[in-house]
Design a protein around this ligand. Structure first.
Ligand code: CFM
Length: 557
């Protein structure tokens, strides 16, 4: 842990994080300031006499203030787009006006690869009931039933899922009733999600709703297969092809990947997933619910992994091997790591000197603002400010704070499934193995969160808004800002490159070892491009409105 503020070593930007924080907050009216104060935090870690480090408390998973320009999305986006979107052979029908279906149609760049053309792949399609005024007035259930039937006739899928948009809840259409009737009538699995956009305070609520329903309606449907060294990968969504690289690594190690939730996944994999021996959670925010429910009902324990960053990838593979505690697997994993690492070292030799010391800010989602710090560290770059859009306190401060998190009315709105051990399918052997490994010092369910890994005095900001990011960029002039498409061009107009860490722009994959090398190259290209110094930032005193000037206030421009 560094004693110094990440800002201290930069004389040009002689602001402390405390004063910068004050400046961000000063623009607000009193009531707004009081709320934002809790969510804009200086990462001051305090150690007690025994050396135990405590982190500051951050406000998270609370309502966005109306009127600020938030980065957040809605509950429907979290359910339909994020969790179920990457599954290739479920027909996902959006019950609602056409815009909701259209804007959640592959914009996330989640990829899939069916083994042959004979296999279903519905991802290139956009299914919607295209609600009109008359459906809002007289109800949309009949239209929904018809849409389900039509989709069945055309595609004969194994399953159809129905996603509720805001008007569905407002007018009271019962998607679950329609789904149950159609399930009966068509003889395939049909299930619905009450994931209206307004449920909860962000897309995070939609994750939870999706987890509940997929667990209730699909997981556990098929117990026929059980592999050796078998795992599920939870919270990996195959953005830009990440899952393909991870699948390849696991396969070469001899690890049997039963299901991924939900990158490059199929219905059958979900149905069989409870047979895996270990759950590996990548994005803790979006899918920890499935990990916990599966453990309670079926027995397999879970661990946190991260395949973003070469070091993190090697660590995660080793952690999986360590669970199975089998010489043959350990050797295979070590062999794969040693095959992959020379190219990583080679790339680091080229790109690290070019990127070292550059400063990044990351404001993304609910896990990447943490995971991607690994890759920046491998390039010798510093993350001087970071935060999530919609994560909860445990994603910032670590799972130890779970018992302290207050459940407010918005979270109480989201169903908490009560899960018990399944008398016929609970696997005592997995449980016994987990207990034995735990006794040997192996740690399950462990996630320390983003703040523990961030430098002392870095700014950590939850649900950052446009005013705050603009002010941060203006004051700190980072070399790179990581966010999404909504922020990208506002940031770049300020003369700072913006890497989209949601869709990866047009790049990727960035997972695993090969992905790390791709990322190094991409970041080098962005932070060292001369073009950024030619943009006159609007705040520059010398700004010449008509022509690019050679003088720039950007550091290293
Ligand atoms: Fe998990 Fe995701 Fe993320 Fe997320 Fe997302 Fe995403 Fe994300 Mo965009 S599930 S929390 S809701 S890692 S779509 S693949 S990039 S905000 S940081």
């Amino acid at each position: 842990m560094s004693e110094h503020s990440p800002f201290d070593d930069d004389s040009e930007v002689a602001v402390t994080s405390e004063s910068l924080r004050d400046d961000l907050l000063d623009a607000y009216p009193k009531k707004t300031r009081r709320k934002r104060e809790k969510q804009v935090v200086v990462n001051h870690k305090q150690a007690d006499e025994s050396g135990l480090v405590s982190l500051p408390v951050i406000g998270a998973n609370t309502r966005t203030i109306p009127g600020v320009i938030t980065q957040r999305g809605c509950s429907y986006a979290g359910c339909k787009g994020v969790i179920l979107g990457p599954t290739r052979d479920i027909v996902n029908i959006t019950h609602g006006p056409i815009g909701c279906g259209f804007y959640s149609w592959l914009t996330r760049r989640n990829q899939t690869l069916a083994p042959t053309d004979e296999h279903d792949n519905f991802m290139p399609y956009c299914f919607s009931t295209d609600m009109q005024d008359e459906n809002i007035i007289f109800g949309g259930e009949k239209k929904l039933a018809k849409a389900i039937e039509e989709a069945y006739e055309l595609f004969k899928p194994k399953a159809i899922a129905v996603f509720s948009t805001c008007p569905v809840g407002l007018i009271g259409d019962d998607v679950h009733q329609v789904a149950a009737e159609m399930k009966e009538k068509l003889g395939i699995n049909v299930f619905g999600f009450s994931c209206e956009g307004y449920k909860g305070v962000s897309q995070s609520a939609g994750h939870h709703i999706a987890n509940n329903q997929i667990f209730k309606h699909v997981v556990g449907e098929d117990d026929t297969k059980r592999g050796k060294w078998s795992i599920n990968l939870l919270g990996e969504y195959n953005i830009g092809g990440d899952a393909f690289l991870i699948e390849d690594l696991l396969q070469r190690c001899g690890i049997d990947l039963v299901a991924t939730f939900s990158g490059n996944s199929t219905y059958d994999q979900f149905a069989n997933s409870h047979m895996a021996q270990l759950n590996c959670v990548m994005c803790h925010r979006s899918i920890n619910y499935v990990a916990d429910m599966m453990e309670k009902k079926y027995g397999p324990p879970w661990i946190k992994v991260n395949f973003i960053g070469a070091k993190a990838t090697a660590k995660s593979l080793r952690k999986i091997a360590e669970y199975f505690d089998d010489q043959e697997l350990t050797e295979k994993v070590e062999a794969v790591i040693s095959e992959e690492y020379p190219a990583v070292f080679e790339a680091q030799k080229t790109y690290k000197p070019r990127c070292e010391g550059k400063r990044a800010m990351l404001f993304v989602g609910g896990s990447r603002a943490h995971h991607y710090q690994e890759l920046f560290a491998e390039l010798g770059m510093k993350t001087i400010a970071a935060g999530y859009e919609f994560a909860h306190r445990d994603d910032y401060e670590g799972r130890d704070v779970l018992p302290d998190i207050k459940v407010d009315a918005d979270s109480r709105n989201i169903e908490e499934l009560h899960v018990d051990a399944d008398p016929d399918h609970y696997r005592g052997d997995d449980r016994a193995k987990a207990i034995e490994r735990e006794r040997a010092g192996y740690k399950f369910k462990e996630y320390d969160g983003l703040m523990a890994d961030m430098p002392e005095k870095a700014l950590v900001i939850d649900d950052i808004n446009h005013h705050e990011s603009e002010e941060l960029i203006r004051r700190m002039k980072p070399d790179l800002f990581c966010a999404g498409i909504k922020e990208k061009y506002a940031v770049q107009k300020m003369g700072v490159p913006c890497k989209q860490l949601h869709s990866y722009d047009y790049g990727g994959p960035y997972a695993g070892f090969q992905g790390a090398i791709n990322f190094y190259k991409e970041i080098d290209r962005m932070v060292n491009a001369k073009v950024w110094s030619m943009i006159q930032p609007p705040w520059s005193d010398q700004a010449d409105q008509n022509a690019p000037s050679s003088s720039s206030v950007r550091r290293g421009g």
